[in-house]
Design a protein around this ligand. Structure first.
Ligand SMILES: C[S@@+](CC[C@H](N)C(=O)[O-])C[C@H]1O[C@@H](n2cnc3c(N)ncnc32)[C@H](O)[C@@H]1O
Length: 273
């Protein structure tokens, strides 16, 4: 819920983890800010702030009961995700979709129920949100979700092999409205290049936002990525690069709030060439 208000209410978390501008390489900006050869990574720009939020008793119970089965530890080595879901030993191949920033997980749980043959790897840093999704997994008896409660950028960098994903979902990423905060936006060219490299040929990336300037930025960076092509351009030329809402994406809390505020909603669906 990083609205402009929320952003101004929180002190951004900036660490010295070797990661800058949503990647592992130091940016020119980071280097200018005092990096030395001995300490080359001075500063990290994160796409999130750690929000305060109370974990409810129900969420805490879900952590305890379901955490061991559904939480994946972040590690600095690549994983064969195919093997961690039920059905891995079956003849039938099951697609794997990465979701970045599921919030309280209501859309994630609905999509996982709608697409039971797809396995979802879901990243979120907001602990009550992780508890909330665990609770929904239990309530809906979902088996096709695994959660990594860690910065998705680091998960992509260290855990995801090239050409390992069948899809990526990024729904209502924090818009970081203020110009001085735009650099925190998740969807920028370096991250899109990493995601494209981790998609299999023919796999998709689906983003949605209710903030028009961010929609325009997303359209620009996805269009500029040489490994991607816009699925909607041919099928829906009248939408000028945007896509109709795919059937599996339900309305989310953030989307409903945006609609009430009179915002539009933009879906973007691109495909790995
Ligand atoms: C505005 S909320 C949207 C939540 C949800 N997708 C929805 O539509 O209701 C964005 C979420 O992304 C999460 N987030 C932002 N950057 C992230 C990152 N690098 N890794 C994991 N989660 C991230 C935030 O914690 C926040 O919960």
């Amino acid at each position: 819920m990083n609205s402009e208000k929320a952003a101004s209410e929180h002190t951004p978390v900036e660490t010295s983890v070797p990661n800058a501008a949503l990647g592992t390489e130091p940016t020119a900006e980071a280097l200018l800010e005092g990096a030395t050869p001995a300490k080359p990574f001075m500063r990290t720009i994160k796409s999130f702030v750690k929000r305060a939020g109370r974990t409810t008793a129900g969420q805490a119970k879900a952590f305890e009961d379901l955490g061991p089965q559904f939480l994946l530890s972040y590690q600095k080595s690549s994983s064969d995700f195919q093997t961690i879901y039920p059905g891995a030993a079956d003849e039938d191949y099951r697609p794997i979709v990465l979701e970045i920033g599921f919030g309280m997980g209501e859309a994630t749980a609905k999509i996982a129920a709608t697409l039971p043959e797809t396995n979802f790897l879901c990243c979120e840093v907001h602990e009550p949100g992780v508890g909330a999704l665990l609770k929904r997994i239990g309530e809906n008896q979902l088996t096709n979700i695994r959660i990594c409660a860690h910065d998705a950028v680091e998960v992509i960098d260290h855990m995801l092999p090239l050409q390992s994903l069948d899809g990526v979902h990024i729904f209502f990423p924090d818009p970081w409205h203020k110009t001085k905060h735009n650099k925190r936006r998740l969807i920028q060219s370096p991250l899109v290049a990493k995601l494209a490299a981790r998609l299999k040929p023919g796999a998709y990336i689906h983003c949605a936002t209710d903030w028009q300037p961010y929609a325009e930025q997303i359209l620009e960076v996805l269009t500029a990525e040489p490994l991607l092509k816009n699925r909607a351009l041919l099928s829906h030329p009248q939408l000028q690069g945007y896509a109709p809402k795919p059937h599996y994406r339900p309305l989310t809390k953030f989307e409903n709030r945006g609609i009430k505020l009179g915002h539009g909603v933009w879906d973007l669906v691109f495909e790995r060439i």
